[in-house]
Each structure stands twice: as C-alpha cells, then as structure tokens.
Design a protein around this ligand. Structure first.
Ligand code: GMT
Length: 385
C-alpha cells in the first residue's frame, strides 16, 4: 500500500440491491488493499459473508421500547453508532451510500463529534434522489447533508445532473462521477447450462434462455418482461429465468401461471450472486422505467450476455446500442420482442455482441480502476481537512 493505512466507516442498506452491493465491494476492496473497514448497518450486508482480514461489522439496533416503537428512530440509532465507531476505531473517513437517511445520520454524527470529526463522502444511487425530490418531507435535511458532505459521488453523469436539478443545487456543486464496477473474474463467461436442468428438465439445446434479475419493484416493469417473453415463446422455443424477489413477485408468479407459462418460466428468488445464472442465459432483459446506472446490466455484460434495456437514465452510459446489447424505447414491448427475435435468429451476431459486452465491461468498468478512484478520493479529503 502506498500511503498510510486508513480506517474507513461504510454505511449502506444490507439487503440485495445495487447500492449495498457496490458499497460492500468497495469495503472489501479497501480491506484487500490493507485498510481497516468498519461496516455500520442494520444487518450484515448481503455480500459481506466472505471473511476478509481488516473488515469489521457494527450492527445498528433500534430500541424496542413501546414509546418509540414504529417512530422511525433508525437514523438516530445509526448516528449514535457512527459516533461510537468513529471515536473508538479512530475513523479517518465515513463513506455513506444512499442519501436517505444515511447522509443525514452521518452529518448528524459529525455534529455530535464536533471538531476532529471524520470527513464524509456521500455516494448517491438513484432512487434516493427521486424519493427526496418527490417527497418534500425529506428534502431540507437531505439537501443540507449533501451540501455539507466533503465529497459527493454518483455512478453516472445522468444521476449527477438529476441531483443538481432535482435538489436545486448550485450548478457548481462538486459531484464526482465514479462508475459502478464489476469483478470481472467472478463475473466472467463460461458454460453453465446444466444449472437449468432441474428447473427445466425438458430444456432443448436450441432453446433461447432469457433472464431478468432485480428487486421486483414496479419500476423494473416485470409485466413487460413477462409480456416480451410470452411473445418470443409464441414464435420459437424459449425459457425465462427470473432472479430476485420483491413487492411484485407474487403478482408476477400468478400472471405467469394464468398465462400457462409455468413450465417455461422459473422464479428462483433472491440469490447472493447472479454469476452462475447469467452464465446459463443467452440474453438479459432490463426494460426498467429508470435506472441511475443498471448494475444488473453490467454484471450480465461481464458474463458475456448481451443486454436488452430501456433507453433511460444512466443505462446509455453502460450499454452502447448495437455493441454489447440494445437500447430500446421504454415501454415499447414490440421493439423488445423484435430485437430479441432478431438476436435469437443470428447466432453469430449474438456471440459477437456477447464478446463486445464483456470487453466493454472489462475496459470501462473495471474494479481496480474504480477502487483507485475511491482510494484517491479518501486520501484527498483526509489530507485536506
Ligand atoms: O434498482 C433499485 O431499485 C435498487 C437501487 C439501490 O439502491 O440499490 O439501485 C440503484 O443503485 C444501483 C447502484 O448504484 C444502480 O445500479 C441502479 O440503477 C439504481 N436504481 C435506480 O436508479 C432505479
């Protein structure tokens, strides 16, 4: 390691979701580089199950007393825990992911600690900004915490511009774009069709396997996924693999059955890693209403799987239309069906697109480069304060 060892506190949501995954991979990467990393969260983040030297976990517990139960005291408990951890572990920098409520809780922790408090980096992820902008109850405090952060980062230029606009920040507010990244060794191409045998015992070798992975929230447009698949499957043999869980899952499962697609569609629920499933897929569908980045698309690309995504938000910074996949008008199911069938019919074109997808993921979204940028940011803000 060049430079002194840093003690870093990372706060994120522990559940499956791009923001928690990115935060966890940053922490693990920093620990591998010799820094000490303290995760401060309600639960152990999903991908933090790998024992890594230099990684510590601090659970945030809210009180169960009847007087405060249900009053949403999590930000206060997080603030108190950050104060403790910052003091006992001599934290050099606090890095919080997702503005609501983490940025405000960390800003409060700095106020409580007073002079000598560690600097704060806030990384915004997307839904945090739309939520704050749409609900004024969170706006003043979150805006303040963002303005008081020593550095603010976003995974895309799209989200940087949206943040400035939606939070009405001065255009000169420094927001650094550091792209999300993928571990291109864990997420790599390779044959893995056998993992589908149990799900689809009668799977033919010429069948097209489509995949979608998300948190099953309405903005992922699961109805589009199922409708696109149904139209494709009516034309040629195909299967659909749905990975993830969330509010839309029961409805989607019922819809699949009522459309008599039960034997062609498998819902495998929440998975710690998508890599093995991606290696079994031919194409990845992401018809979202919006995405600040689209980490799921990047993971598919790293596995050499072409992505068919909506041309919205930061997705255009990840997928180049016609290179590693297709960008299609959001909500235009016919366009998705046509693009899927065209790629299904052109095996060589599809393979070339998979190679291009992998190349783009490796060359533009490499883990080492992004970790270098975060580490440089940590060093910059700890040396100037
Ligand atoms: O996609 C979600 O709804 C989950 C959300 C999250 O907080 O994990 O994802 C957001 O952050 C990811 C990591 O930066 C991005 O890849 C996703 O595009 C972004 N989701 C949205 O903007 C809707």
């Amino acid at each position: 390691m060049s430079g002194r060892r840093l003690s870093i506190a990372i706060t994120c949501f522990p559940t499956i979701g791009g923001s928690g995954i990115v935060a966890t991979e940053i922490g693990l990467g920093m620990a591998r580089r010799g820094h000490e990393v303290h995760f401060v969260s309600a639960e152990v983040p999903v991908r933090l199950d790998r024992a890594t030297d230099g990684v510590f976990f601090h659970e945030v517990r809210t009180g169960e007393h009847a007087a405060i139960a249900g009053s949403g005291t999590y930000p206060l408990a997080l603030c108190s825990r950050l104060v403790e951890v910052a003091t006992y572990a001599e934290i050099d920098v606090m890095h919080v992911h997702y503005a609501v409520p983490h940025a405000a809780a960390a800003w409060m922790a700095r106020e409580v600690i007073g002079p000598g408090a560690p600097p704060l980096i806030t990384t915004l992820h997307g839904t945090d900004i739309t939520l704050v902008a749409a609900d004024p109850s969170y706006l003043p405090v979150t805006r303040h915490a963002i303005l008081r952060s020593d550095a603010v980062t976003t995974p895309s230029r799209f989200l940087r511009d949206e943040t400035l606009k939606r939070l009405q920040l001065p255009p000169s507010t420094p927001i650094e774009v550091i792209s999300n990244f993928v571990d291109a060794e864990r997420y790599a191409p390779g044959p893995n069709r056998h993992c589908l045998r149990r799900l689809f015992p009668d799977l033919g070798t010429d069948e097209l396997v489509l995949m979608h992975a998300s948190n099953f929230r309405p903005l992922k447009r699961l109805d589009d996924v199922v409708a696109i698949f149904a139209a494709v499957a009516a034309t040629r043999p195909a299967r659909l693999l749905l990975v993830g869980d969330g509010p839309e899952r029961s409805r989607v499962e019922a819809e699949v059955r009522s459309a008599s697609l039960g034997s062609r569609v498998a819902l495998v629920g929440r998975q710690e890693s998508c890599a093995d499933w991606l290696r079994a897929a031919d194409l990845f569908l992401l018809p979202s209403e919006t995405e600040s980045f689209g980490l799921a698309a990047l993971e598919a690309m790293a596995c050499g799987v072409p992505v068919l995504a909506s041309d919205v938000g930061g997705l255009a910074e990840v997928v180049v239309d016609g290179v590693g996949g297709r960008l299609l008008p959001m909500g235009d199911r016919a366009a998705f069906v046509q693009a899927t069938l065209a790629l299904a019919a052109d095996e060589d074109g599809r393979a070339a697109m998979g190679v291009a997808a992998r190349r783009r993921a490796v060359e533009h979204f490499g883990q080492r480069e992004m970790l270098d940028r975060y580490e440089a940011l940590y060093r910059k803000i700890t040396s100037t304060l």
